[in-house]
Write a protein that binds this ligand. Structure first.
Ligand SMILES: O=c1ccn([C@@H]2O[C@H](COP(=O)(O)OP(=O)(O)O[C@H]3O[C@H](CO)[C@@H](O)[C@H](O)[C@H]3O)[C@@H](O)[C@H]2O)c(=O)[nH]1
Ligand SMILES: [Mn+2]
Length: 760
C-alpha cells in the first residue's frame, strides 16, 4: 500500500465545457454582427437606433466579461480519509467566527442552531473554538447561547454517537422522514426522543425570554447588559464554555463578544466585527486557520473542516490556497426560486469558472482563511524560508504596533503567526483568566484601531458594504490564489431572503458594495496595489463591480421599445429586412443558453423564467438604487449603509405558506417606483401601439415601429408581471398607492416626452 503521507489530499479537475464555449462564441458573434449592422446604418436612423447601439455595445462588453469567467471551469475533490491517516495530532486548530447583529431580524434561535452545528463538527473539540460576535449587544442572544451550551453537552455526543449528518437541531427535527426513527424503543429511538424533547424545551426557554416584556433579569452574568444601548456600550467578552481539560471529545470553547460601540466611532459593519473577532481570538486561541459563517449558515456536513484542511494543506505551495470558499447554498428554499436568489446557476458556472483563474471571490460566509493572510502577508513573506529573513524586519515592536495596535498580548500572538511557529497545536492558554480577558476587552474596544493598519493592510478591508469581495480582492492582489470547494451535500446552508423588500435591499447593498470596490485602493481597474492580480481575474472582478452601472443601459434598453412606439420610430430592424434575423436569433439563443444552464443544474423551466424576470427587475431597479447610493457617497451627501437581511425563522415547508411566501411583496420604499413606472409606460405603449397598428396598416406601412418593438414591450410586461399583479392586490402583496401615484407621474412625463418626439 502507498505511504499515506505521500498520497495527495486533493485533486483539481478541469471540466469539459467545449460546447459551452461554442455557445458563448455564437452569441458573441451575433452580438458583434448586430453592432456592426447598427453602426453601418446609424446615419439612416434616429436617436433610438443610436441608444440601442450604445446599450448593445455595453451588453457585448458584459458578455465578454461573462465568457472570460466561464471559460475554464474547475472543481476539486478532497480525500479527508488520507488526512486522517496522517494522524489526528497533525490536524491544525481552527477558530470559528459567527456574526450576528440584530436579535429581531436575526432571531437568536437561528444563531443557536448555527452554533450547535459548528460545536458538533467532526473534528477534535480541543482544536476548535467558536467565537460569536453580537453587534446587537443583546442579552437575548447571550442568554440563548448560554442555554445552547448546556444543550450542546447532550446534543454533541448524540450527533457523534449516531453519526447524524445535519447537526442543526431545528433542521434535524424538522420532520424529514430520515430524522424520525422507526423504532422508538431502540437505543437510538430513546435517545432521539430525549433529544427532541430537550430541544423543544431549549427553544421554548429562548422564545419565552424573547417574548417577555423585560427581556431577562439583568443580574449576575447578565449585569454587563443592563442599561446599555446597542450603539453606545463598552466591550463585552464572555467565555460561555471553556474546554478546560483540553479534551478532544469534549465541547469546543464558546466565547461571546460584543465589541465596544460609541456613536462617534465608525464601526464598519461586518468588516469591523470580523476584525474584532480576529483580535479577540488572537489573544485567546490564536489558531492559524479561521472559519467564518453568517449567523444563519449552519454546517450541513460535519466533515467540512476536514475537506477544508485537505485544501489548505494539500498543495505544494501555500500560495495556492489563501482561503477555501464553499458556495452559498440555502435551505427550505421556495419552489422554483420565485425571487431568483438561490445563486445555484451563478455559482455552478461562474463560481467554478473563477476557480479556474485565480480562485473564487471571498463570499463572506462558509470560508476558511489563513490567519497570516488576513494579517497581510504576501505569499513570499509567508514562505517559511523567506519568512525568517522577513521576521526580523516585521517582528520588531515598532512595526508590530504600527500594524496591529498596542496590545502586548496581541502583538505576541501576531508575531507567532507571522513567524510561522503557530502552525501546529501546542498547549492552549486558559481563556478565562483575567489577563486574557482584559486583553480581549482591550482589543475589542472601538478606539483600538486608531493609527494602525486594521481595515487597510491588515484584516477585513473597510470601505465597502461587500467587505467580503473587497477583502478577497486584496488577498488576490497580493498574489495569493484561492480554492473553491463544491461538495455534495453542501457544506453550509443558510436562509435566502424572501419577499420583494428583503430581496431588493440585499441586491441594492450588493450592487452598492461591489461598486464601492472600484473606488478603493485595491480597485481592479487601478494597477498600483494590484500588480499581482491576474488580468483575467481583474475582468472577473469587474463583471461584479459594475452591477450597479448595468442598471443604466438595462433601464434605457427596457424603455426603448416603448419610446419607439410612442415616437413612432424604429429601434429594431423591420420584419422585411434581412437584419431582422439578428435580434431574433440573439433573443432565442440567449434565452435557450440561460435555460440550458438551469436544466443542467437540475432546475425547472419555471425556475429559469423566474430568474430571468428577476434579473430584469433587479438590474433595472435595485441596482439603480445601488448606483445612486454610491453617487451620493462620492458627493459626500450620505454614507452607504449595511441594511441587515431579515432571516425567516420557520422554513417554508408546508404547502400553504409556500404559496404566499413565493408571492412578490412590496412596501413604501422608493425602490419600487422605477419598476412600477416602467410597467405603466409599457402598458400604455402596448395600448397605443395596438391601436396604431391598425391605422398604420391602412396607411401603407409607414416607417415607424413594428413587430419587434411590440414583442419587446410585451416581454418587459411579462418580466414585470409581479408588479402588474401588485397593481391590483392589497396589503403587502399590493404596490402602495403613493408608489403608484409617483410612478404614474413619471410614466406620464415619459409618455409626454416621447409623444413629443414623434412630431419631429
Ligand atoms: O453591522 C453588521 C452588519 C452585519 N453583520 C453580520 O453580517 C452577516 C451578513 O449579513 P446579512 O444581512 O445576512 O447579509 P447577506 O446579504 O445575506 O450577506 C451576504 O453578503 C454580505 C456582504 O454584503 C456578506 O458579508 C455575507 O457574508 C454574505 O452572506 C450577518 O451574520 C450579520 O449578522 C454584522 O455582524 N454586523
Ligand atoms: Mn444572509
Amino acid at each position: 500500500m502507498a505511504n499515506p503521507i505521500s498520497l495527495p489530499l486533493q485533486q483539481r479537475i478541469p471540466r469539459k465545457n467545449i460546447l459551452q464555449r461554442v455557445k458563448d462564441l455564437i452569441i458573441f458573434l451575433l452580438l458583434l454582427s448586430l453592432l456592426l449592422y447598427r453602426f453601418l446604418t446609424l446615419r439612416n436612423h434616429g436617436v433610438p437606433w443610436l441608444l440601442a447601439f450604445l446599450c448593445e455595445s455595453w451588453f457585448t462588453f458584459i458578455w465578454v466579461l461573462n465568457m472570460n469567467i466561464k471559460w475554464n471551469q474547475f472543481e476539486y475533490r478532497t480525500y479527508p480519509e488520507r488526512l486522517l491517516q496522517r494522524g489526528v495530532e497533525l490536524l491544525p486548530p481552527v477558530d470559528i467566527f459567527v456574526t450576528t447583529a440584530d436579535p429581531v431580524l436575526e432571531p437568536p434561535i437561528i444563531t443557536v442552531n448555527t452554533v450547535l452545528s459548528l460545536l458538533a463538527l467532526d473534528y477534535p473539540a480541543n482544536k476548535l473554538a467558536c467565537y460569536i460576535s453580537d453587534d446587537g449587544a443583546s442579552p437575548l442572544t447571550f442568554f440563548a447561547l448560554v442555554e445552547a451550551s448546556k444543550f450542546a453537552k447532550l446534543w454533541v455526543p448524540f450527533c457523534k454517537k449516531y453519526d447524524i449528518r445535519v447537526r442543526a437541531p431545528s433542521v434535524y427535527f424538522s420532520g424529514k422522514p430520515e430524522a424520525s426513527p422507526v423504532d422508538l424503543s431502540s437505543d437510538f429511538g430513546g435517545d432521539w426522543k430525549r433529544m427532541k424533547i430537550e430541544y423543544e424545551q431549549l427553544k421554548q426557554r429562548i422564545e419565552e425570554v424573547v417574548e417577555s416584556p423585560i427581556p431577562c433579569d439583568l443580574a449576575g452574568e447578565f449585569a454587563a447588559f443592563s442599561k446599555i444601548d446597542r450603539r453606545n456600550h463598552p466591550s463585552i467578552v464572555k467565555v460561555i464554555w471553556e474546554n478546560k481539560g483540553n479534551l478532544p471529545d469534549g465541547l469546543p470553547h464558546l466565547v461571546y463578544v460584543s465589541r465596544e460601540k460609541r456613536p462617534k466611532h465608525p464601526h464598519h459593519n461586518k468588516a469591523g466585527a470580523m476584525n474584532v473577532l480576529t483580535r479577540v481570538s488572537g489573544v485567546m486561541t490564536n489558531s492559524p486557520f479561521m472559519l467564518n459563517v453568517d449567523c444563519d449558515m449552519f454546517a450541513n456536513d460535519p466533515q467540512t473542516v476536514l475537506h477544508a484542511v485537505c485544501l489548505l494543506f494539500g498543495f505544494q505551495q501555500e500560495k495556492e490556497s489563501a482561503y477555501v470558499q464553499f458556495p452559498q447554498a440555502f435551505y427550505g428554499t421556495l419552489k422554483d426560486d420565485p425571487f431568483g436568489n438561490q445563486l445555484v446557476v451563478l455559482q455552478e458556472f461562474a463560481g467554478r469558472g473563477i476557480a479556474g483563474i485565480q480562485g473564487p471571490l471571498y463570499a463572506g460566509t462558509g470560508c476558511f482563511h489563513r490567519r497570516k493572510v488576513i494579517y497581510g502577508l504576501s505569499p513570499d513573506e509567508a514562505d517559511i524560508n523567506l519568512g525568517r529573513k522577513l521576521s526580523r524586519l516585521l517582528l520588531n515592536e515598532k512595526s508590530l504596533k504600527a500594524n496591529f495596535g498596542n496590545s502586548v498580548e496581541f502583538m505576541k500572538s501576531a508575531s507567532e503567526i507571522l513567524a510561522g511557529v503557530k502552525e501546529k497545536m501546542d498547549d492552549p492558554p486558559a481563556l478565562d483568566d483575567s489577563t486574557t480577558l482584559e486583553a480581549a476587552i482591550q482589543v475589542a474596544s472601538c478606539g483600538y484601531e486608531r493609527d494602525t493598519y486594521w481595515g487597510t493592510k491588515v484584516g477585513w478591508v473597510y470601505g465597502s458594504t461587500t467587505e467580503d469581495v473587497l477583502t478577497g480582492l486584496k488577498i488576490h492582489s497580493k498574489g495569493w490564489n484561492s480554492v473553491y470547494m463544491t461538495p455534495d451535500p453542501p457544506a453550509f446552508l443558510g436562509s435566502a431572503p424572501s419577499g420583494g423588500p428583503a430581496c431588493m435591499t440585499q441586491q441594492k447593498r450588493w450592487a452598492t458594495g461591489l461598486f464601492e470596490v472600484l473606488f478603493n485602493n485595491y480597485s481592479p481597474i487601478l494597477p498600483f496595489r494590484t500588480t499581482r492580480l491576474m488580468f483575467r481575474q481583474r475582468l472577473a472582478y469587474l463583471y461584479l463591480n459594475v452591477w450597479s452601472i448595468r442598471s443604466v443601459p438595462e433601464l434605457c434598453y427596457a424603455l426603448l421599445p416603448s419610446y419607439a412606439i410612442f415616437a413612432n420610430k424604429q429601434f429594431l430592424p423591420t420584419v422585411s429586412e434581412a437584419a431582422f434575423f439578428l435580434p431574433v436569433a440573439l433573443f432565442i439563443t440567449f434565452n435557450l443558453y440561460t435555460l440550458s444552464e438551469f436544466l443542467r443544474c437540475g432546475l425547472t423551466i419555471r425556475a429559469w423564467w423566474n430568474n430571468q424576470r428577476m434579473a430584469r427587475i433587479i438590474s433595472a431597479t435595485a441596482w439603480l438604487f445601488g448606483l445612486l447610493g454610491v453617487i451620493l457617497k462620492l458627493l459626500g451627501l450620505s454614507e452607504t449603509t449595511f441594511e441587515i437581511t431579515r432571516k425567516d425563522q420557520d422554513t417554508p415547508n408546508d404547502s400553504d405558506t409556500e404559496v404566499d411566501a413565493g408571492v412578490f411583496t412590496f412596501d413604501e420604499s422608493p425602490i419600487f417606483v422605477p419598476g412600477t413606472a416602467l410597467l405603466l409606460v409599457h402598458m400604455t405603449a402596448l395600448a397605443v401601439g395596438l391601436l396604431r397598428v391598425q391605422s398604420w396598416l391602412n396607411i401603407n406601412g409607414s416607417a415607424g415601429y413594428g413587430l419587434g418593438e411590440i414583442i419587446c414591450s410585451i416581454w418587459v410586461v411579462l418580466s414585470f408581471l409581479p408588479f402588474l399583479k401588485g397593481l391590483f392586490r392589497k396589503g403587502i402583496y399590493g404596490i402602495p398607492t403613493s408608489t403608484i401615484y409617483k410612478s404614474a407621474a413619471l410614466a406620464l412625463l415619459f409618455v409626454h416626452l416621447s409623444l413629443g418626439a414623434s412630431k419631429n
